[in-house]
Design a protein around this ligand. Structure first.
Ligand code: ADP
Length: 166
């Protein structure tokens, strides 16, 4: 039977850290479904469609990666997609507390779904979408930390933001 990992997140935007994790998971699972949450509360910079398009461009070479938006309880979505596990990344201790809460809550909601944690390569262990947006906003280079399409999209987005402010 095919093993499927569901990788949920905001992906605002996708970084090379996310990609590193997806590639690692594809060594273990037959398929990884990147499940993009609208996360309106976080006031994302990119729309859900923009985030999906950027992920599509970034995973083009990865045959067994799929992308989908979801807007329901995660465990219900995982069950609907017949997922075997929820995939989450652990970068540093700071991630642990939140992930610990989520994993236990999800286990309480559905005891059959496991959460699997993976660590990215060291060079991405300090990388967050938030830091990327901050650096890009002030014109710093994020080359090598995000896919090329994301670099371009950040550039365009912040030019538009500055232009509108004037
Ligand atoms: P969320 O809003 O759910 O935290 P994110 O898009 O920020 O969504 O992150 C999705 C998942 O990817 C989380 O498990 C997060 O820990 C993980 N992640 C984010 N950045 C990295 C990275 N640089 N390396 C490994 N995992 C990461």
């Amino acid at each position: 039977m095919k093993t499927i990992a569901i990788y949920p997140g905001t992906f605002d935007p996708i970084t090379n850290g996310h990609l590193d994790l997806i590639k690692r998971a594809l060594r273990i699972f037959d398929e990884v479904i990147i499940a993009v949450a609208p996360s309106q509360k976080k006031q994302p910079l990119f729309t859900i469609q923009e985030r999906l398009d950027l992920i599509h461009a970034a995973v083009k070479g990865l045959q067994r990666a799929r992308i989908e938006a979801f807007n329901s309880l995660l465990v219900d979505y995982v069950r609907k997609r017949k997922g075997n596990a929820i995939l989450r990344g652990l970068r540093a201790i700071s991630d642990f507390e939140y992930e610990f809460q989520m994993a236990h809550m999800n286990r309480r909601l559905n005891t059959n779904i496991e959460t699997v944690f993976m660590m990215p390569s060291e060079e991405y262990s300090y990388l967050t979408s938030t830091v990327i947006k901050e650096v890009a906003f002030f014109g710093g280079s994020v080359k090598g930390l995000v896919p090329r399409e994301v670099e371009r999209a950040l550039h365009d987005k912040f030019i538009a933001v500055r232009f509108n402010k004037k």
